[in-house]
Design a protein around this ligand. Structure first.
Ligand code: KIV
Length: 272
């Protein structure tokens, strides 16, 4: 099997579809700034998500609700300057697309025009389908997001696993099919049972990207700050940390403080 993603010069939504068809897994990570985007892009990630999780990990808010469209555009344009190959998808923030498809189109166009991003993502299925249709009609690629949708946290009440019961599972499957039929190029499945995620993945022709949804989805996404171990107090079962940067960076800062206090830094070769 030749790797579709390695052959591609720049990742596109069409390449992602071909990867699904060939059974090649899709890698996706969040980034919110230029430097992080450069590292992640150079490492060869397929998709970068400028997630509204920036509200949590960059701004320190408890939920994703407070982040604004202007702030998302700022993050997205910083990311775009750092990448060469990845497809950059940007979250439409809370309050910029629900219940008003004209506003949704305006929000999506602002993101595309002002940041140079390649696609948008929004949360929900049937309830936001008019917004999705209108955005797609302007030629903007849309990614869906089902299961645990953090912008609805005050409706759910908790961040626990979604769609464990038959009725909600069926609704999610119907929503996934509707997103495909409407023209979305992919869908994030967040925190749902692995069996359901596998069923959705088999039932639709567009790629599914899982987070806390088992390993039968077409790809995986994580919040990069979680993967790097920069966040410390968030420890869901689905998270695998690939580094412990919180402690590595903290130790580096302690070392620097010691060197400044002891006048070891700067030394002769570090001055003019
Ligand atoms: O905002 C985000 O980081 C996301 C991922 C968790 C999928 O939507």
């Amino acid at each position: 099997m030749s790797a579709v993603s390695k052959d591609a010069k720049r990742m596109t939504t069409h390449v992602l579809k071909r990867m699904k068809e060939k059974g090649e897994k899709i890698s996706m990570l969040t980034a919110y700034d230029y430097s992080m985007a450069r590292i992640i892009d150079e490492a060869g990630i397929d998709v970068i998500l400028v997630g509204d999780s920036a509200s949590n990990v960059m701004a320190g808010h408890e939920t994703t609700l407070p982040i604004t469209l202007d702030q998302m555009i700022y993050h997205a344009s910083s990311v775009i300057r750092g990448i060469k190959k990845s497809l950059v998808v940007v979250d439409l923030p809370f309050g910029t697309y629900q219940g008003d498809s004209k506003m949704a189109l305006k929000s999506a166009i602002r993101i595309m025009k002002e940041s140079g991003a390649h696609a948008v993502k929004l949360e929900g299925g049937k309830k936001v389908i008019d917004s999705i249709k209108r955005i797609l009609s302007a030629g903007v690629p849309v990614m869906g997001h089902l299961g645990l949708t953090p912008q609805s946290i005050y409706k759910f009440g908790t961040y626990t696993v979604r769609a464990k019961m038959e009725e909600e599972a069926q609704e999610l499957l119907d929503d996934a099919k509707l997103l495909e039929k409407t023209g979305c190029f992919g869908v994030v499945l967040e925190k749902i049972p692995a069996l359901l995620a596998a069923q959705v993945t088999e039932s639709i022709g567009i790629p599914t990207i899982g987070i806390g949804a088992g390993n039968k989805t077409d790809g995986q996404v994580l919040v990069s700050h979680d993967l790097f171990g920069i966040t410390k107090d968030f420890n869901p079962r689905f998270l695998r940390r690939y580094a412990d940067l919180f402690n590595t960076m903290k130790e580096a800062v302690s070392h620097y403080i010691d060197d400044v206090k002891s006048q070891d830094f700067p030394n002769e070769s570090e001055q003019y």
